[in-house]
Design a protein around this ligand. Structure first.
Ligand SMILES: NC(=O)c1ccc[n+]([C@@H]2O[C@H](COP(=O)([O-])OP(=O)(O)OC[C@H]3O[C@@H](n4cnc5c(N)ncnc54)[C@H](OP(=O)(O)O)[C@@H]3O)[C@@H](O)[C@H]2O)c1
Length: 303
């Protein structure tokens, strides 16, 4: 229990080899440096021997003091030494470099093989792509569109009535929704004097005994309302506040008439988040005899 712990090597073989080579390299450079210092001191001594002490004073090959040849010869030896250190044994030797390169290539090959194995097969990828195309085309079949008129402060109604009269907005509503399913909350349905012509009304209520005229579809949730429109390529959510709040989370498009005024109201349109919705059309209209306020026709599409 209290016996000596067996020392576990902290570095692997390759690291050890690297350290040894680095140490060898440092030694080589140190030796070269010492050689250089000795060469400098030695040269001074040779000059002193020859000129100062007169040693071999009469020996002058090619009319030159012998110390010049001695220093030149030593310089040649020093340069040869430096050549060996910096050129011949460049870094850790050619063989060592090739060895390291081969090791690296082998490691990369193993890694690539592992990656290839972890990738899904071609068949799986094709299956996945086909499934996503099928889902998208199914979704594309239907463009769930919110249609609304809201003021600058998002007001849409008061006392279960619209607040303003903008004739062009009513025309726009008619031309968009003509021939389509229109989905609405029970309260909005009750705000109409009678069902609108040439449109299929889908009314949402929690009241299972609610009575509607013939031709009007009654459902108990927004999901069921959308299901009831499965044959329509563009069903419209026409309000009111409660239904817009739920539908904005799943709709594909918003056609909004923005009335440029602020109103007191009891029902509001939810905020349009620019991170979710992209404005794709914006046409401004001045107020006129037929339209009490200036307004803009805007289109938003889900990003
Ligand atoms: N400016 C515009 O473009 C515009 C358009 C439409 C309406 N409006 C205005 O909006 C106001 C009406 O809006 P509102 O919010 O009061 O009422 P609403 O949304 O028209 O209807 C609310 C009703 O829908 C039913 N409902 C809502 N969510 C449901 C769910 N998940 N499942 C089942 N039933 C559900 C409930 O009916 P039950 O109570 O029967 O269960 C609820 O009381 C009016 O002032 C109208 O004029 C304005």
């Amino acid at each position: 229990m209290f016996g000596r712990k067996k020392s576990v090597p902290q570095i692997d073989k390759e690291q050890l080899e690297l350290i040894e080579n680095a140490q060898k390299r440092i030694k080589q450079k140190k030796k070269l440096y010492i050689h250089f210092v000795i060469f400098l001191i030695g040269s001074v001594f040779l000059i002193l021997f020859n000129l100062g002490l007169g040693f071999g004073k009469d020996f002058k090959p090619l009319e030159t003091h012998w110390f010049v040849f001695a220093i030149l010869f030593w310089l040649f030896l020093f340069l040869y030494h430096a050549f060996n250190v910096f050129i011949t044994y460049k870094f850790m030797g050619k063989e060592w470099e090739t060895q390291q390169l081969n090791k690296l290539v082998a490691k990369q090959k193993a890694r690539i093989e592992k990656l290839i194995k972890s990738l899904p097969s071609d068949e799986a990828l094709i299956e996945k792509a086909q499934a996503s195309v099928a889902i998208n085309s199914e979704k594309k079949k239907q463009e769930l569109t919110i249609i609304v008129a809201a003021s600058d402060n998002d007001a849409i109604g008061k006392h279960n009535k619209l607040i303003w009269h903008i004739s062009d907005d009513l025309k726009r509503f008619k031309s968009f929704t003509n021939g389509h399913h229109i989905i609405m909350g029970r309260k909005t349905f009750e705000s109409f004097p009678k069902p609108l012509p040439n449109r299929t009304h889908v009314v949402i209520t929690r009241n299972l005994n609610y009575q509607v005229p013939e031709g009007v579809i009654l459902v108990n949730s927004l999901e069921d309302a959308i299901k009831a429109c499965s044959q329509d390529s563009q069903p419209f959510i026409i309000g009111g506040g409660e239904i817009y709040k739920q539908a904005i989370l799943i709709a594909d498009k918003i056609e909004i008439t923005r009335v440029h005024e602020s109103f007191e109201a009891d029902t509001f349109f939810p905020k349009i988040d620019p991170a979710v919705w992209k404005e794709t059309a914006n046409v401004f209209h001045e107020k006129s005899d037929k339209n009490d306020y200036s307004y803009s026709f805007l289109t938003y599409e889900r990003r």
